[in-house]
Write a protein that binds this ligand. Structure first.
Ligand code: MG
Length: 368
């Protein structure tokens, strides 16, 4: 099988809540997402998606996805999309770095492999565990009272895991954590995600002030070294996210005992092939995982579901359904949340069919 064409589409995904806010005053109200199509000479088309969390979260931005796909696509024409390690080596040889550019292309090639093999991607990624996977809800940064109200509302929809966006004023963040913790019930889990927003002295104050609260602390500071310092001064369970962007930091973090949970985002790592590699390493080392992406619509949510559903359940800390946060559906067949849980499709490939009327004409088209 050979790749005959690559296309990219730009779609806007408005947030149902109006905006999503996190550390440092960063906010997004409409996500700029890129949907990727890879055509083959077998008549199979695979679909992928990549959606940065604005241009100021990770070193990635939406227009860069599309420019990068236009740069890479000519190198992929004529390549076999089903030989995924080989294809990723080809992408790495043609473009240094830029993992987010490669993510949607790699995802589309997994969709092709699944359609060809007539198997769901989760089976190809290792196997389907159980009926479904548990979701967390990200709670946009707001006043302590508003965040507690938000948790109560999403709890009523079935969620049992909540990720608070903190990383602001440390005194307000302590109030946020305490207000939300008071609204939880036995069995719920709470994560305070600072998204690199605290300086070390601020993070140290917060973890000491909430010492009696059952809360996970996620990525308190910008650098790995700063996070490690906080880790060594607290007994809260500890999550690393932004600074774990590949295998090397994962191995270092494990050797240092720097975290109990890592957050694996598909596009941060460069696609499903690289995310699977990190996932399998974590599973071997006994590191629990949140499996997700930076953001996305129906296609990303389908890919997340396949990777999460093929992760050993005792190691899957939580995962997420980004398509339920936005008001536009870009594909049929994507997972839909039921009681705070979702399941990967049983259909071949990712199990989605894009809504071409929503995608409009491609903004990148490279054909052999
Ligand atoms: Mg995070």
């Amino acid at each position: 099988m050979k790749i005959t064409a690559v296309r990219a589409y730009r779609v806007e995904l408005p947030l149902l809540e109006g905006s999503y806010r996190w550390s440092g005053g960063k906010a997004v109200s409409v996500f700029d997402s890129t949907v990727v199509a890879v055509d083959t000479d077998a008549g199979i088309t695979g679909w992928g998606e990549v959606c940065p969390l604005g241009p100021f979260y990770l070193p990635a931005f939406a227009a860069g996805c599309r420019t990068g796909i236009g740069e890479l696509a000519p190198h992929l024409l004529g390549e076999d999309p089903t030989q995924l390690e080989r294809l990723n080596r080809r992408m790495d040889a043609a473009l240094q770095g830029h993992p987010y550019v490669k993510s949607g292309l790699d995802m589309a090639c997994w969709d092709i492999l699944g359609q060809m093999a007539r198997l769901p991607v989760c089976v190809l990624l290792g196997g389907r565990y159980g009926d479904d996977v548990g979701l967390y809800r990200a709670i946009s940064q707001d006043t302590p009272h508003a965040m507690a109200d938000s948790v109560v509302r999403y709890r009523a929809e079935g969620y049992r895991r909540f990720q608070l966006k903190v990383g602001g004023d440390p005194d307000v963040d302590v109030a946020r954590i305490r207000a939300v913790a008071a609204a939880l019930e036995p069995g719920d889990r709470l994560v305070a995600d600072a998204n690199t927003g605290w300086l070390p002295h601020e993070a140290l104050r917060v973890v000491r002030a909430v010492r009696d609260v059952d809360v996970y602390i996620e990525q308190p500071c910008r650098s790995y070294e700063e996070c490690l310092t906080i880790r060594r001064h607290t007994d809260h369970p500890f999550v690393l996210d932004e600074c774990i962007d590949g295998i090397a930091p994962l191995l270092r973090g494990h050797a240092d005992g720097a975290m109990d949970v890592v957050n694996l985002k598909i596009s941060k790592l460069g696609g499903l092939t690289r995310a699977r590699q990190a996932r399998d390493l974590c599973a071997t080392l006994g590191i629990a995982m949140t499996i997700e992406d930076s953001w996305g619509g129906d296609v990303v949510t389908a890919a997340i579901a396949h990777l999460a559903h093929s992760t050993p359940p005792e190691l899957l800390f939580t995962t997420t359904d980004f398509n339920s946060y936005v008001s536009v559906s870009i594909a049929d067949g994507a997972p839909r949340r039921i009681n705070g849980r979702m399941a990967a499709s049983m259909s071949p490939g990712l199990g989605i069919a894009p809504r071409l009327d929503v995608l409009g004409p491609p903004v990148v088209a490279v054909t052999s």
